[in-house]
Design a protein around this ligand. Structure first.
Ligand code: GDG
Length: 460
């Protein structure tokens, strides 16, 4: 009896970090991937988050319902070169338009390629015919080409969660062609916005000599691949429900009573230089300087959980912000009023959505951001009868969809201060109109729509 292989095989998700069962899925990526695997069944492969004596000495397997988790540990040296080094000190700043922060240590690139090769070796052994493989983010750009070298012929898609800068900047990357050309080994490359897609096509056409055909199809040598725009969404309904219910939670009641009727401006960001936090603090200080009327009537809560704290640039930004917050409070605070509440802690999503709902203004001003899920979560958390106003950087991918936000250039202190002033005074009717338009987008393009459209394009 012959066995007919199933035509739609498993889904294999690959990302640097894997959100294991019972771990809080931090951020939209982890929860989207978890939901995709729950829906379709399949395998999630990546780094365990643990450091061991040797990289990938064993593959750890864990089974939970329809999902199989396979993870590997990294050695200290590989972790330092691959993750802290090339991923976070070379690629991350470059992809966020900060060539001045790029670290050119060649050992980092070697470590990055070495870890990708180990990922490819271990993963290739787990791939079955008809599996579709979905690789995520800048940590794993060359993975498909290394899988192809090992004979993997399956459909492989790549999604980049960061922005992609224009070719003129990408060429600042050491050995850029060697790395970026490997994107041609995928069947599908997805980005958040049309601007990122233009950058990808421009790079391939002008730097590698690839041919661009209609429908965003590219051909480089004998490889053909598709590129496409897939703006990531959030679980809109779930966020809205959590926010509506959060009012009775202790931390939300505590926040409300501490405000004593003052208007709240909120920012929530990983502590990262791409998020524009020093510029944001300056703009708030400028508002206080210009508008003495608002003194004691407004409070700015900035939640900024530390991230990547072994990387020096991240320690530096933390010091800068502590200084700035202290200075602003020193100048403007009164015995019964603290203008900035700056909190280096992380909170459960249920609490965050309650905080968002109590804020009259969501202040989301990254210098560059692939998408920015906080902007979307802020909008989805609002009370439809009395929604707050989103002040959003033009340089966040989210600005392409949420054009009823007050869009600002985050580096322009006066413009951000103007937007804050306008947001704090905005009449209810205008707030409702803007909020409804943004909520329509979030309901239509939620996280389920995102992963289904990417997977449909990959399997096409
Ligand atoms: C990358 C890209 C792209 C924040 N503080 C806490 C907390 N968060 C959650 C937010 C949100 C997520 O983390 C942050 O997502 P962002 O999109 O804002 O930013 P990145 O982490 O830089 O994400 C970005 C994204 O990937 C997806 O493609 O949009 O451009 O840079 O969900 O709520 N979560 C918890 N406690 C916190 O204190 N639990």
């Amino acid at each position: 009896m012959s066995v007919v292989p199933s035509r739609t095989g498993r889904l294999i998700v690959v990302s640097n970090r894997v959100a294991l069962p019972k771990q809080t899925a931090t951020g939209g990526l982890a929860s989207a991937m978890r939901a995709a695997l729950q829906e379709a069944g399949g395998l999630w492969f990546g780094w365990s988050g643990k450091i061991a004596g040797e990289t990938a000495a064993t593959v750890h397997h864990l089974y939970d319902g329809p999902v199989h988790y396979a993870t590997i540990d990294l050695s200290r040296d590989d972790h330092d070169h691959f993750y802290d080094g090339f991923a976070n000190r070379t690629l991350w700043p470059l992809l966020h338009y900060r060539p001045d922060l790029v670290d050119y240590n060649r050992g980092h690139l070697d470590g990055y390629l070495r870890v990708n090769r180990v990922f490819a070796e271990r993963l290739a052994a787990l791939v079955e015919q008809d599996d579709a493989i979905w690789i995520n983010d800048y940590h794993l750009i060359p993975l498909a080409s290394m899988l192809r070298e090992r004979g993997v012929r399956n459909r492989i898609g790549f999604f980049l969660h960061t922005p992609l800068p224009p070719a003129g900047l990408l060429i600042a990357l050491p050995r850029h062609r060697e790395l970026l050309e490997t994107l041609a080994a995928y069947d599908l490359v997805g980005v958040h916005t049309a601007r990122d897609l233009r950058a990808l096509e421009e790079y391939f056409v002008h730097e590698t000599g690839a041919r661009l055909r209609g429908g965003h199809r590219l051909r480089l040598g004998h490889r053909r691949f598709h590129a496409g725009v897939f703006p990531i969404g959030i679980d809109t309904r779930q966020v809205a429900e959590a926010a509506a219910k959060a009012g009775t939670l202790d931390p939300i009641e505590d926040l409300r009573s501490s405000l004593e009727g003052r208007a709240l401006i909120i920012g929530v960001d990983r502590l990262d230089y791409s998020k524009g936090l020093p510029q944001r603090f300056d703009a708030y200080a400028r508002l206080l300087e210009r508008m003495p009327d608002w003194h004691r009537r407004v409070s700015f809560l900035q939640i900024a959980p530390p991230s990547r704290s072994t990387v020096p640039e991240y320690r530096q930004i933390r010091r800068d912000l502590e200084r700035k917050a202290g200075h602003i409070n020193g100048v403007y605070a009164a015995p019964d009023w603290v203008p900035i509440r700056y909190v280096n802690k992380s909170f459960p999503h249920s609490v965050l959505s309650g905080y968002y709902r109590n804020a009259k203004v969501g202040l989301v001003t990254p210098m560059r951001d692939g998408m920015n899920l906080v902007a979307k979560e802020y909008v989805a958390s609002q009370n439809p009868e009395d929604p707050g106003v989103l002040v959003l950087s033009r340089f966040a991918g989210a600005a392409q969809e949420l054009d009823e936000a007050l869009l600002v250039n985050p580096a322009d202190t006066e413009e951000v201060a103007d937007a804050l002033e306008r947001a704090l005074a905005m009449p209810l009717e205008e707030r409702k109109m803007r909020w409804r338009a943004m909520m329509d987008v979030l309901e239509r393009q939620d996280i389920t729509a995102w992963r289904r459209s990417f997977l449909a394009a990959l399997r096409e």
